[in-house]
Unconditional design. Structure first.
Length: 327
């Protein structure tokens, strides 16, 4: 039996997750199974292999900065589709909304997609259906296991349950690592009086809240500018709503979400007193103004012998999907 040739891979996005993926692809045992043909950050791309020294997890940044070309996704796709060992794998490790808009095109070319980017499968139903319709058996395969549950086999297990005839009645849990940390520290079983504002600031310092830098990215139809996120992006509940959308769409009998996560009733954790904050800097400076609101929630839960948590629910039987504070 002939030896299996390594599969070509293009990696877009070199943030925290992207760096970890790059390290794995360049190290045994994956380095013998995959051939990294291109890496890219939000500004530049670099075709591989290099004529000189090989790329490593520690030297890629200066090499990309020195030898990289302006990022053009059309060229990235061409590198994969034209590779002698095609079809390859396109790894989207960005938080971009524009790149998922090209997933359908990529899949139709037989290129497989692996992504932790939740935007593709949690946005408008029209985009979701376009991606599903372009996937195997009509095109490439798409894997997004890490979009929910940090890579735990939640999506694959849910798919197996549905495909083997099990009836899904309800999915409920704490789906945000950030909000899990915040409320585990703020509202403990053993009690405590730490302020919500203090916990959020610690979470930010520890890197649990969103901390990506803004960037400008070249797209086929121009330049895409992404703003710098702030802690309110986590506290808005949007991340939980996106994960609920992804889960709900895997259950045929779940409620239809035509606008994706925007169709999910979502309770924001930004108190009314802070709703007029004009910037993340102002929000952080005034964060303590919301402590009274959260103190009251914690005290109400404590009187009932409970704790406060931010919960996501897909209630198939009741026909509702929602993200909310629960006790």
């Amino acid at each position: 039996m002939p030896a299996t040739r390594p599969i070509p891979v293009a990696l877009i996005g070199l943030g925290g997750v992207g760096k970890a993926i790059l390290s794995q692809l360049l190290s045994p045992p994956l380095s013998s199974k995959f051939t990294l043909v291109l890496i890219a950050n939000s500004r530049q791309s670099l075709s591989l292999p290099l004529p000189a020294s090989p790329l490593t997890p520690t030297n890629y940044a200066p090499i990309l900065e020195q030898h990289g070309q302006p990022l053009d996704l059309s060229s990235v796709i061409s590198v994969l589709s034209g590779h002698p060992d095609a079809p390859g794998i396109f790894i989207d490790s960005t938080g971009s909304e524009a790149i998922p808009a090209m997933y359908s095109q990529i899949l139709k070319m037989g290129i497989n997609i692996v992504t932790p980017n939740k935007k593709a499968t949690s946005s408008d139903d029209s985009l979701y259906q376009s991606i599903v319709g372009s996937s195997w058996p009509n095109g490439g395969l798409m894997y997004g296991e890490s979009t929910v549950g940090a890579g735990l086999p939640i999506l694959s297990t849910l798919k197996d349950l549905v495909e083997t005839g099990d009836e899904i009645l309800k999915i409920e849990g704490v789906f945000s690592g950030t909000l899990s940390y915040i409320f585990n520290e703020f509202s403990k079983v053993e009690g405590g009086d730490v302020k919500f504002s203090e916990v959020v600031k610690v979470a930010k310092d520890l890197g649990y809240t969103v901390s990506r830098l803004g960037y400008t990215q070249h797209m086929p139809d121009g330049w895409l500018t992404c703003k710098e996120p702030d802690p309110r992006d986590d506290l808005s509940g949007t991340d939980v709503a996106r994960k609920l959308t992804i889960l709900s769409r895997l259950v045929p009998t779940s409620p239809t979400l035509p606008k994706g996560y925007a169709s999910v009733p979502t309770q924001s954790l930004v108190p009314d007193v802070l709703s007029d904050a004009q910037s993340k800097e102002e929000y952080l400076e005034r964060l303590a103004e919301g402590d009274e609101y959260f103190d009251k929630l914690r005290e109400e839960a404590r009187k009932e012998g409970k704790v406060v948590r931010y919960v996501g629910v897909v209630d198939v039987k009741a026909g509702k999907v929602e993200a909310k504070l629960g006790k």
